[in-house]
Design a protein around this ligand. Structure first.
Ligand SMILES: NC(=O)c1ccc[n+]([C@@H]2O[C@H](COP(=O)([O-])OP(=O)(O)OC[C@H]3O[C@@H](n4cnc5c(N)ncnc54)[C@H](O)[C@@H]3O)[C@@H](O)[C@H]2O)c1
Length: 255
């Protein structure tokens, strides 16, 4: 039995990396998947790959161009999801990411602070604002936010990203309490270094990030490792898991 049969999932930033891997895994598990992204080349490609992975198992995938920092854009994407697939059960707030412009507070530019706060934290707020009412109307489900190991441990040199992901982790807990009466679980995944194309480039450019491999007890992660946690959180198997920040981090937060 497919683990996500009968579920409709919307994933933000699913044009690449972790979001793409998750779209593919969700479709394999029988979900109807809405791939959203601002990238109109990579987004449709993710939807095509997810649809292909679904085979005849009941899963499906479509692409909707969406900017998570725009109320209008997200609202339209949620409406289109409900029109196409009849409801929404899973919202995966995945869009986000750090850049090499980040740094310690005394050095990082204001622009980078507001960029990452806007994309990672405000984007999660905006997508939840429009996604949750659709999940309520569908009888409940699961919101999966994307935190990071930086929300759980000190990782010097990335204070903008750390602030944004700390906000996501904290908001995950309050949302879990707020929406439990509607049978909506809210959790966050906290990956450590995960080799999406974007992060592969960061690792190549930054000796500091490369050095982190020494603390990753089982090596750097792959997008599939994070996607598999998302499948658990999206499925009914996580029925009483809520308000948690779940590390998928090769042991880096305990070493
Ligand atoms: N890869 C890692 O090492 C790692 C570690 C911890 C947490 N994370 C988190 O996981 C998530 C995915 O990371 P990734 O490495 O797969 O990133 P990625 O860069 O491969 O994918 C992010 C996607 O978000 C899209 N995007 C950017 N701005 C957007 C917007 N305004 N609206 C909609 N989509 C937008 C991009 O086009 C891209 O396709 C991010 O939230 C990131 O912070 C990643």
């Amino acid at each position: 039995m497919a683990r996500l049969a009968g579920k409709v999932a919307l994933i933000t930033g699913a044009g690449g990396g972790i979001g793409r891997a998750t779209a593919i895994r969700f479709a394999e598990e029988g979900a109807k998947v809405v791939v959203t992204d601002i990238d109109t080349t990579r987004g449709p490609e993710s939807a095509r790959l997810a649809k292909e992975a679904a085979g005849n198992g009941g899963g499906d995938a479509i692409f909707i161009e969406t900017d998570v920092t725009s109320h209008e854009s997200v609202k339209a994407a949620v409406a289109e999801t409900v029109a196409q697939f009849g409801g929404l059960h899973i919202l995966h707030n995945n869009a986000g990411g750090s850049t090499m412009q980040d740094g310690p507070v005394t050095e990082a530019p204001d622009e980078e602070f507001w960029r990452v706060i806007k994309l990672d934290l405000y984007g999660t707020f905006v997508s939840s604002k429009h996604g949750i009412p659709a999940i309520q109307a569908s009888g409940g489900g699961s919101v999966i936010n994307m935190a990071s190991n930086v929300a759980l441990m000190a990782l010097p040199g990335r204070d903008c990203y750390t602030a944004a992901k700390g906000g996501v982790a904290s908001m995950t807990r309050s949302m879990a309490v707020e929406y439990a009466p509607d049978k909506i679980r809210v959790n966050a995944i906290a990956p450590s270094v995960t080799l999406s194309d974007r992060v592969k480039k960061l690792v190549d450019e930054s000796p500091d990030i490369k050095k982190l491999s020494e603390q990753h007890l089982l090596g750097f992660g792959q997008p599939l490792h994070i996607a598999n946690m998302a499948v658990y959180l999206a499925s009914d198997e996580s029925e009483i898991t809520t308000g948690q920040i779940l590390s998928v981090d090769s042991g880096v937060t305990i070493y």
